[in-house]
Design a protein around this ligand. Sequence first.
Ligand code: PXL
Length: 283
Amino acid sequence: MSGQKRVAAIHDISCFGRCSLTVALPILSAAGIETSVIPTAVLSTHTGGFEGFTYRDLTQDIRPISKHWQSLGLEFDALYSGFLGSFEQLEIVSALFDDFKKNDNIIFVDPVMADNGKLYSVFPPEFPDGMAKLCRKADIILPNMTEAAFLLGQTYKPGPYTPDYIEAVLKELSNLGPKMVVLTGVCTENHQLGAAVYDSRTGSIGYEFSPLVDGFYHGTGDVFASALLAALLNDFDLLQSARVAVDFTVESIKRTKEAGTDVRFGVDFENSIPNLIKALNKS
Ligand code: PXL
């Protein structure tokens, strides 16, 4: 496909607390990418730290939406999935990937399910096996270090990590199926935090770091993944895309920390969008 790139973003809408679609849609759109959405659920807030959130499951809408799109002959440069709420959704999204896969498009799976050594409370212990199955269909996956451990059925090890450990994890994740792996939340002995990338087609491994900013902010995985996809679709290579995504995410976290915002509200990525666009125009 030539001309403007088009993505299908398949995530929930958390009405408050910047994450999933309320992050993916503005970031991809700002990067010049036509972004179609399949909302998988509507929640009043995300599930990370708010009591009493509402949850309307939209599983039954996913297949009719994708079948209608197929009947229209729509094609996508990337299919981007994030938080998926059930095994049934994993199966339906897997079938959707089969329906829209082409030789030259990207299946981009962010296996959102865990952080800080723990599976999110909404998921049963077997959920990572289902997510690992979906990852087999992906061209690129972007787990954080906790999700990587769950995908591989290994015990989570807190950082800092040695390059040998990171490189083994990257290769084992790629053995699940995806050609490319981006590992996030990679912390080194030098108090840096960032991403490690691996492309199994060339065997290349690279790192992009930033000085560690303390504190845990919700939705930063979605901010990072959306910026990385935005850069890839603007023809940056995997490592350059990781740099763009690290810078965008860290700048957004720093601004949010300075403002003293409740960490559950997500990060102020909105005011980093001008710099994201500048970075994307520097090709
Ligand atoms: O940011 C990931 C995410 C997305 N969607 C929902 C979530 C979370 C993380 O907690 O709860 C509903």
